[in-house]
Design a binder for this molecule. Structure first.
Ligand SMILES: *Cc1c(COP(=O)(O)O)cnc(C)c1O
Length: 427
């Protein structure tokens, strides 16, 4: 069956034909394609097309798709049973590995998605501080948690309205949403809500409204304000964790949060999230403490095997320096194509974004100035040429260890002619 046939059936039985909204291509127009196989840097569509993939299943495929070691670990583990509902030996192994890699994490709990991880961090921070209000930042996406779907990034940005329906007003009122990279706004919020703010949650490197970076001193400033006001600092490293460095953005920037949400890379392509931090806070969780949190499939052996194998291969193979090298090559290859155009290219390690505007881009308001029509045209031209970038201006791109120099050269060629075809629209 072709993608078109499959999508027709999908639309009949699944809202919008997809199980996650960005996949529907609404931000770029057209219909999604269906994939029958993925390997290394490539996706193979049911229509017989081969694509160089820069979505990497939205981050997890950091070794490329279907790495032999991860697939072998999944099969071997699954053959001994897929879920036990009692502890399995891979759980303490995973916990020990995470605590060893991520500087601020003394204790950790596994969950099944990034959304669960951030949701649990918020509840824990509220239980620990006895306060209700939470500060988040415009354009930061923390999954589809009720109180965090306020000016969220990713799919929520291209959704028909800025916030989701169905979020009780009372929840949204507990969320103070501020512009990123603006410390004064955070100081003011603390001053206006004395003793009421339980936590600040942020993506230390926001990667769900394209990709922009924290300015010098910003993360340090947030750390200081949280310490000063007794609020919990939560880094949502679902995207950046194990991608930018073994210890995520907190390792690179040298700022220590109280709690960290993890996901994506940690599961090796299976549904896994985790959250952890200071033991003193984590011990507020049931059964030690009063904050309830649980999961039928949390710590699932097959998922743990996939994640452990992927992380160990990254460690033993020098994965992060390879990823930096790929990122640098990619940036260099793209330079000639973008040099004389009013576009802004951001990169950190193996993550990147090309904004269709002259910049600078330092927060959501800036990001929204981009020419999304030109992006859509660029996206489709690349797709036609065999290169798959994320189907929205407001998503980051991901390189993997499996992207070869030849892949990158090919991509630069395709992107270059795609850019030439939209040059008239943006200059
Ligand atoms: C993807 C993402 C989430 C949500 O993770 P899911 O597994 O999709 O629930 C949360 N925070 C950030 C920063 C993300 O990139």
């Amino acid at each position: 069956m072709s993608s078109a046939d499959l999508f027709r059936t999908a639309c009949r039985y699944i809202p919008g034909g997809v199980n996650s909204p960005v996949r529907a291509f609404r931000a770029v127009g057209g219909e999604p394609f269906f994939v029958s196989k993925a390997e290394g840097s490539r996706l193979f569509t049911v229509d017989g097309k081969e694509l160089v993939d820069y979505v990497g299943t939205w981050g997890p495929a950091i070794l490329g798709h279907a790495p032999d070691s991860v697939i072998a670990a999944i099969c071997a583990t699954a053959s001994r049973g897929t879920s036990f509902g009692v502890p399995n030996p891979l759980e303490p192994e995973m916990a020990e590995l995470i605590c060893g890699l991520v500087p601020s994490v003394e204790k950790v709990r596994m969950v099944n998605s990034g959304t669960e991880a951030t949701m649990s961090c918020i509840r824990l921070a509220r239980g620990y501080t006895g306060r209700d209000k939470v500060i988040k930042f415009e354009g930061c996406y923390h999954g589809h948690v009720d109180g965090l779907l306020v000016k969220a990034g990713s799919g929520a940005l291209t959704h028909s309205q800025i916030d989701s329906a169905g979020v009780p007003k009372a929840y949204a009122e507990l969320t103070l949403c501020l512009p990123f990279n603006d410390l004064a706004a955070v100081e003011e919020a603390f001053a206006a809500n004395p003793g009421e703010i339980a936590a600040i949650i942020l993506e230390p490197v926001p990667a769900n409204a394209g990709l922009y970076l924290p300015e010098d001193g910003y993360l340090e400033g947030l750390r200081e304000l949280c310490t000063q006001h007794g609020a919990v600092l939560i880094f949502d490293e679902v995207m950046t964790g194990f991608r930018l460095a073994p210890g995520g953005a907190q390792e690179i920037y040298g700022v220590t949060p109280d709690l960290t949400a993890l996901g994506k890379v940690i599961g090796g392509g299976l549904p896994v999230g985790a959250f952890g931090g200071k033991a003193e806070i984590m011990d507020y969780l049931s059964p030690e403490g009063p904050v309830y949190q649980a999961g039928t499939l949390s710590g699932n052996p097959v998922a743990m095997a996939a994640g452990l194998t992927q992380l160990r291969e990254l460690i033993s193979g020098g994965g992060w320096s390879q990823l930096e090298e790929r990122g640098r090559q990619f940036e260099e290859a793209m330079q000639p194509a973008i040099a004389n155009l009013p576009v802004t290219f951001h990169r950190i390690g193996s993550m990147f974004c090309l904004y269709f505007q002259k910049g600078p881009v330092r927060n959501l308001a800036d990001a929204r100035q981009s020419n999304t029509k030109a992006f859509a045209k660029f996206f489709h031209a690349c797709l036609d040429g065999g290169v798959y970038f994320a189907p929205s201006q407001f998503e980051a791109g991901f390189l993997s260890v499996a992207h070869s120099e030849a892949d990158i050269a090919f991509t630069a060629e395709v992107a270059s002619s795609a850019l030439a075809s939209v040059a008239a629209d943006i200059s």
